[in-house]
Design a protein around this ligand. Structure first.
Ligand code: PHE
Length: 398
């Protein structure tokens, strides 16, 4: 049983116990030790349930809860139920730090799931590393996240792959030669993705004709967009989060900029196109999966998620589901919640059949897996192409 999200969002700290009844006793139970002596296994989750990128946190949380509910319903792990203790970091870096401190020091979580945004994962990771609490980020793609230490893992691909793929897509599939970029300088994610795109685009035969920037929270993009228009690009790369990208694309179209606009996984939100779906035609972004994928693992997940939440699962939801299941699988293989045994078991994850692809953790604690390019048509996210980890087209472009 889970709390309805809208009611629990009133609490800064919230906890979700699957199966375990929601009662006052539940909050007490969440304080028990997560270690081997406890009656349950405490897993900490930190996520942006509110604030600028709230759909990221809400989706990843739904995915985590769906997985934990299933695991608990089939007997839990090591004979114990998983108790997912969740902290809302309000989409703020400093709150991500406070959340991880609480989960590690007070709740005694044996492992952490989170964060989605790379800057927040990079803020939380050193605390988890120092306490030797394994952390799995479901969705942070900046290359530096897992460099924070040997207890820090991810189950998503990294931005050098994402940026490179979109540069090849612009040059090869769309036949474009003159790119402009518009980057959020406040987000490590955006800066890393921008660098990867520019490097590949310019070394593979294209020219970067304009480089503009903005900051998280900006609302008016007319100045950078006017400079971009003056440079006459035939494609624009905007590696930002949906909150700002949603406004950027609308304002670009209003300024008469009609060329294709490309982005990365940070675009993925039901909020992106809301209200002005047509403005998003001729836009593409790289993502972790597509709900249209006929693969049975994907379709089973989409159905279960829709039955439970009455919403279509975006990529964060799928990544949250995969991350929680990979953690449970590692706890089983470790046969213990001992931190170094668990760390080793996560590192040994091999060919795990996830919704977002088969996942193998490499020697840098990153995941090597394919990427999906999404084409937006009248506000709908359509599967365009699947690209393999070495840049190879796994399907023809639709
Ligand atoms: N990859 C983004 C980051 O690292 C977060 C994200 C993941 C956004 C998946 C949307 C979908 O910051």
């Amino acid at each position: 049983m889970t709390f309805p999200l809208d009611s629990i969002l009133r609490f800064r700290t919230l906890a979700v116990c699957s199966i375990v009844a929601c009662s006052a006793a539940f909050f007490v139970s969440c304080k028990t030790s997560g270690g081997p002596a406890g009656s349950e296994i405490i897993v900490g989750e930190y996520a942006s349930l509110t604030g600028g990128t709230a759909t990221f946190g809400q989706s990843v949380h739904n995915g985590d809860v769906l997985a934990v509910d299933e695991i608990n319903a089939s007997g839990g792990v090591l004979g114990k139920k998983i108790n997912l203790v969740t902290e809302d970091d309000q989409s703020k870096t400093e709150e991500a730090v406070a959340s991880v401190q609480k989960l590690v020091n007070s709740d005694k979580a044996i492992a952490l799931l989170g964060e989605v945004a790379s800057s927040r994962s990079m803020a939380g990771a050193p605390i988890a590393q120092q306490a030797h609490v394994p952390m799995i980020t479901p969705a942070s793609t900046n290359e530096d996240v897992t460099k924070k230490g040997d207890y820090i893992f991810r189950i998503c691909f990294i931005d050098p792959f994402q940026g490179k793929t979109m540069a090849h897509f612009a040059l090869g599939s769309l036949g474009k030669k003159r790119a402009a970029v518009l980057t959020d300088v406040k987000q490590d994610y955006s800066v890393g993705l921008d660098e990867a795109f520019k490097h590949t685009f310019s070394t593979a035969g294209g020219t970067i004709v304009s480089e503009q920037s903005y900051s998280t929270g900006d609302k008016d993009f007319h100045a950078p967009l006017t400079s971009i228009r003056a440079a006459n690009p035939d494609v624009i790369f905007v590696p930002g989060y949906y909150t700002e990208v949603s406004l950027i694309v609308r304002q670009a179209r209003e300024l008469g900029i009609e060329c294709p606009i490309l982005g990365g996984d940070g675009w993925d939100s039901p909020e992106l196109t809301k209200g002005e779906e047509q403005q998003f035609n001729n836009t593409f972004f790289s993502n972790h999966y597509a709900t249209e994928d006929p693969d049975s693992t994907v379709q089973n997940f989409v159905k279960k998620y829709q039955d439970k939440y009455h919403a279509v699962p975006d990529a964060m939801a799928a990544l949250g589901y995969d991350a929680a299941r990979i953690l449970a699988d590692a706890i089983k293989r470790a046969g213990s919640t001992d931190s170094s045994a668990l760390r080793k078991a996560i590192a040994e994850t091999k060919d795990f059949p996830g919704v977002t692809g088969h996942i193998t953790i490499d020697e840098n604690r990153n995941a090597s897996k394919p990427l999906t390019i999404i084409k937006i048509v009248d506000g709908k996210f359509h599967f365009a192409q699947r690209i393999g980890p070495n840049g190879e087209a796994l399907t023809p472009l639709k």
